[in-house]
Design a protein around this ligand. Structure first.
Ligand code: FMN
Length: 419
C-alpha cells in the first residue's frame, strides 16, 4: 500500500472505536490489503538456533486467533506471537474495554482474554504451515489458563507445538480475575480491592511508593514467592505438552529487583527457555509510570528515550493524575496501560534479566516501542528481539520499516553481552 493510501486507512481506523478498528485491520490483513515491505534487514538475530529474518516482532494480543499471519509477515515482521489463546472460547470482560489515549500514544485495555478457544487457533496455524510466508516468519503461540489449571497449559502446548517455533506462558495478564499469574496477588483479588503493595511483575508484591528499595510487607513477599512457584509449575506443564518446543515466560512490569529475581529463579528452575518483558501495567503500579527509570539507568544510554514524541513536555495525566484518566468499570479502575511510558521499565527489566540469565538465553524486549531508537534501545540493553503492539496502532505499519531501517543505519545493535 502506498503512503497516501495507508495514511488514509489510518485516519479511517482512528475514527472507529478501538475494537472495531482492530477487527477491520485484521480483516484487511487476511484479505491481502495490508502493506508489503519488500526490503530485507538481516540484523543477525538468532533464536533457538534459527536465524531470524529480522528481530522485530508483533507482540501477543494483536492476533489472538492467528488469523492474519501472512499479512504480518508481508508487513515486514520477522516474528509474530499469536494469542493469547485459552482452551475454551471466552467472552472476556464487558465493553467498553479498550480505551485510546492518543495524546499519550497509549492504550488501556481490559479485554480479559476474549477469544474463540484453541480449535480455530490451531486450524489457522496449521493452514499457515503451507503458506509461502511461513519460512520467513518466526511464530510463537502465547497460552494461558484463566482459572489456573496447569493441565490446560499442557493441552494448549501440545495442540500448538507442531506448528510453532516457541510457546509463551502468559503469566501476567492483568485483566483476568483470579488468574494465577495475574499481577494481582491472592490478597488483592480475594478482597476485590486491589492492594497497592501486592501487585507486580508477573505477580508478586510491589512496593508502590518505594519501587526501588523493596519495602513490601512480609505477607506480600510470601505471596510473591508462592506465585513464582505457581508460575514455575505452569512452565513445567507447558513443557510437558510442548514436545521439545522452547517455552518462554512473559512477565508483567516491575522495578523491584527482589521480585524480579524470585520470578527469574523459579522460572529457570523449571527450565524455562526465555523471557519476555513486559506486559501491560495495572493501575496499582501507576507510580512506575512516573518514575519509569530504573535504578541503574544512567549507566549506558545516551539518547533521549522519547525522541520523536512531540508531546514530551506536555503534562501526561498518566503521571500527574492517573486516577483521573484511568478507565473505570462499576466504580473500579480496570485494565492495563500500554504505551511509551513502559519503555523505561522494559529497558530496566531487559537489562536485569539479561544480566541474570547470561548471554545465550533469548530475552524479548516489549513495552512502549514507538520509534527506531526505542527499539534499538531495548536491543542494546540485551534483547534478542523486540516486540510491539500499541505503537502499530498510532504509527501504523510504517513503524516496522522505520525500526528496521534505523537499526540498520546505526549498525548492528549488538548487545554488550553478545560481543
Ligand atoms: C489490546 C491489547 C491486548 C493485549 N493482549 C495481550 C495478550 O493476549 N497476551 C499478552 O501476553 N499480552 C497482551 N497484550 C500486551 C502486549 O503484548 C504488550 O506486552 C504490551 O502492550 C506492551 O507493549 P506495547 O507498548 O508495544 O503495546 C495486549 C496489549 C493490548 C494493548
Amino acid at each position: 500500500m502506498g503512503t497516501a493510501k495507508s495514511s488514509a486507512a489510518l485516519t479511517l481506523l482512528r475514527r472507529l472505536p478501538p475494537e472495531k478498528a482492530h477487527a477491520l485491520s485484521l480483516w484487511g490483513l487476511r484479505h491481502g490489503l495490508g502493506p508489503r515491505y519488500r526490503e530485507e534487514h538481516d540484523l543477525g538475530a538468532v533464536l533457538f538456533g534459527k536465524r531470524l529474518r529480522n528481530p522485530v516482532g508483533l507482540s501477543a494480543g494483536a492476533d489472538k486467533r492467528a488469523e492474519a499471519l501472512p499479512g504480518w509477515s508481508r508487513m515486514g515482521f520477522g516474528l509474530v506471537e499469536a494469542g493469547t489463546v485459552t482452551v475454551s472460547p471466552r467472552a472476556g470482560n464487558p465493553t467498553p474495554r479498550v480505551w485510546r489515549f492518543r495524546e499519550q500514544g497509549a492504550l488501556v485495555n481490559w479485554l480479559g482474554l476474549p477469544g474463540s478457544g484453541i480449535e480455530p487457533f490451531v486450524a489457522n496455524l496449521a493452514q499457515f504451515e503451507k503458506h509461502p510466508e511461513r519460512g520467513r516468519l518466526f511464530v510463537g503461540a502465547s497460552i494461558a489458563t484463566p482459572d489456573g489449571v496447569a493441565d490446560e497449559l499442557t493441552m494448549l502446548a501440545s495442540a500448538c507445538a507442531p506448528y510453532v517455533d516457541y510457546l509463551t506462558v502468559n503469566a501476567s495478564c492483568p485483566n483476568v480475575a483470579g488468574h494465577h499469574g495475574n499481577t494481582q496477588s491472592a490478597e488483592s483479588t480475594t478482597s476485590g480491592v486491589p492492594n497497592e503493595r501486592t501487585v507486580a511483575a508477573g505477580n508478586a508484591p510491589q512496593a508502590d511508593h518505594h519501587p526501588r528499595d523493596g519495602g513490601h510487607t512480609e505477607a506480600a513477599q510470601e505471596a510473591a514467592r508462592s506465585q513464582a512457584q505457581i508460575v514455575a509449575q505452569h512452565i513445567r506443564a507447558a513443557k510437558r505438552g510442548g514436545e521439545s518446543r522452547p517455552v518462554m515466560l512473559k512477565l508483567g512490569p516491575t522495578q523491584d529487583p527482589q521480585v524480579l529475581t524470585w520470578m527469574i529463579d523459579a522460572a529457570l528452575e523449571a527450565e524455562v527457555d526465555g523471557f519476555i518483558v513486559t506486559n501491560t501495567l495495572p493501575f496499582e503500579l501507576r507510580s512506575l509510570l512516573a518514575n519509569a527509570d530504573g535504578p541503574d539507568h544512567h549507566h549506558d544510554h545516551h539518547h533521549d528515550p522519547r525522541p520523536d514524541r512531540g508531546q514530551a513536555n506536555a503534562p501526561d495525566p498518566f503521571v500527574t493524575s492517573p486516577a483521573s484518566v484511568w478507565p473505570r468499570h462499576d466504580g473500579r479502575t480496570v485494565g492495563g496501560y500500554s504505551g511509551p511510558r513502559l519503555l523505561d521499565i522494559a529497558a530496566w527489566m531487559v537489562r536485569r534479566v539479561r544480566a541474570a540469565v547470561g548471554p545465550e538465553m533469548p530475552v524479548f524486549g516489549v513495552g512502549g516501542i514507538q520509534s527506531g531508537p526505542d527499539a534499538v534501545r531495548l536491543l542494546r540493553e540485551g534483547a534478542t528481539a523486540i516486540q510491539l503492539y500499541t505503537g502499530l496502532i498510532y504509527k501504523g505499519p510504517r513503524l516496522v520499516s522505520e525500526i528496521l531501517e534505523h537499526a540498520t543505519a546505526v549498525g548492528h545493535p549488538q548487545s554488550p553481552f553478545r560481543t
